[in-house]
Design a protein around this ligand. Structure first.
Ligand SMILES: *[C@@H]1O[C@H](CO)[C@@H](O)[C@H](O)[C@H]1NC(C)=O
Ligand SMILES: *[C@@H]1O[C@H](CO)[C@@H](O)[C@H](O)[C@H]1NC(C)=O
Ligand SMILES: *[C@@H]1O[C@H](CO)[C@@H](O)[C@H](O)[C@H]1NC(C)=O
Ligand SMILES: *[C@@H]1O[C@H](CO)[C@@H](O)[C@H](O)[C@H]1NC(C)=O
Ligand SMILES: *[C@@H]1O[C@H](CO)[C@@H](O)[C@H](O)[C@H]1NC(C)=O
Ligand SMILES: *[C@@H]1O[C@H](CO)[C@@H](O)[C@H](O)[C@H]1NC(C)=O
Ligand SMILES: *[C@@H]1O[C@H](CO)[C@@H](O)[C@H](O)[C@H]1NC(C)=O
Ligand SMILES: *[C@@H]1O[C@H](CO)[C@@H](O)[C@H](O)[C@H]1NC(C)=O
Length: 277
């Protein structure tokens, strides 16, 4: 997540003539500050400080490394201070204080401004949908982590959606941010919605919500009704077949009885029933 060096130095000169050097570093990365030491002169002192806090330096051949920031290294040959394991808290204004052995002390009015940033991860979408008949809706969470400075989640949707929760947590070590936003989508109008979210200029994949799980595109009630209708139809057919079958059996039975007893009426009734088959 935390990658190495990106140093971008640009010289800017404001109206007073004081130089401002802007540097940017990545969280976990490194940066090199350069102090404009005159190589023709003998250096007596070089102090590199952030505001009034001593960062690293050199004074009359004495080693200042005990009080120096642990993530820094001074290179007198190059007049540089190298800073590693960058954190957002390292951002700010630094300066070099230079003194030569001929006592021509000069506090060069050079400001070094460091900005430390971290890229947010590509946002991920987590979707939970309810297919309930009276509550067809989705809860969509967009989450991204490890970024600096603090940013907001932006939703990209054709219709409106309701943000129900925003959350920001901060890593205690790197002080980078994890951010998330949860949105509620009402699917009751039956329209599929393609949505995505972004953090800064990093965007998530597109996700389509409000899709019915049933492949026929029917609601559960319609499907159940269709199954019932088919079932009822089948029952009617079975009933009709059974009835015809009984009729034939009954006919044989009645015919047998009639042969014995000579009952004409019964045969006539059975013949009338035949029309139902
Ligand atoms: C951060 O993102 C920028 C632009 O997307 C890219 O150029 C840079 O390499 C990324 N840095 C890191 C540390 O991933
Ligand atoms: C600085 O230069 C001296 C002599 O030129 C050399 O002996 C020394 O190793 C160098 N130090 C660094 C940190 O490069
Ligand atoms: C409707 O479904 C959502 C999930 O999409 C859930 O959070 C909510 O509690 C449900 N509401 C009711 C009234 O069941
Ligand atoms: C908001 O979302 C965060 C991260 O998912 C969660 O920890 C928190 O409990 C949620 N807050 C509310 C009020 O739902
Ligand atoms: C979440 O953040 C957005 C954008 O900053 C804001 O419009 C919205 O009101 C917030 N919603 C909640 C529930 O905190
Ligand atoms: C931030 O997110 C990363 C990756 O999901 C996780 O490992 C880390 O524990 C999270 N940190 C905080 C403070 O929530
Ligand atoms: C969803 O939208 C419909 C119609 O637009 C509305 O009747 C219903 O109350 C909404 N549901 C929720 C939970 O907001
Ligand atoms: C994203 O934005 C940052 C700063 O806003 C910029 O430096 C970077 O180049 C952008 N990356 C892309 C891929 O547009």
């Amino acid at each position: 997540m935390l990658l190495s060096l990106l140093v971008l130095a640009t010289w800017l000169t404001d109206v007073t003539g004081a130089a401002l050097i802007e540097l940017t570093g990545k969280v976990g990365g490194e940066v090199t500050f350069h102090c404009p030491v005159d190589k023709q002169k003998t250096l007596k002192m070089l102090y590199f400080q952030k505001g009034i806090d001593f960062v690293n330096g050199y004074y009359a051949k004495k080693d200042a490394s005990k009080t120096a920031w642990r993530n820094t290294r001074l290179d007198l040959n190059k007049s540089t201070v190298h800073m590693s394991n960058l954190k957002p808290s390292h951002g700010g204004d630094y300066k070099c204080i230079i003194m030569y052995s001929d006592e021509s002390s000069i506090e060069l009015d050079v400001q070094l401004r460091l900005t430390v940033t971290a890229n947010y991860s590509k946002p991920t979408l987590t979707v939970h949908c309810s297919d309930a008949i009276n509550n067809f809706s989705c809860l969509v969470q967009c989450a991204s982590h490890g970024g600096y400075p603090r940013k907001e989640v932006t939703w990209h949707v054709p219709q409106s959606l309701t943000v129900v929760n925003n959350s920001t947590t901060r890593d205690p070590d790197t002080t980078t941010f994890n951010i998330s936003s949860t949105a509620y989508v009402n699917c009751s109008d039956g329209q599929q919605t393609s949505l995505r979210c972004s953090v800064g200029n990093v965007s998530s994949d597109i996700f389509t919500v409000c899709k019915r799980k049933h492949p026929l595109g029917h609601s559960p009630s319609v499907t159940i009704a269709a199954i019932c209708a088919a079932g009822v139809g089948f029952c009617i057919m079975v009933a009709l077949l059974w009835r015809c079958c009984c009729y034939k059996k009954g006919q044989r039975k009645a015919a047998a009885e009639c042969e014995e007893n000579g009952c004409e009426e019964e045969v006539i009734r059975l013949h009338a029933n035949q029309g139902a088959c």
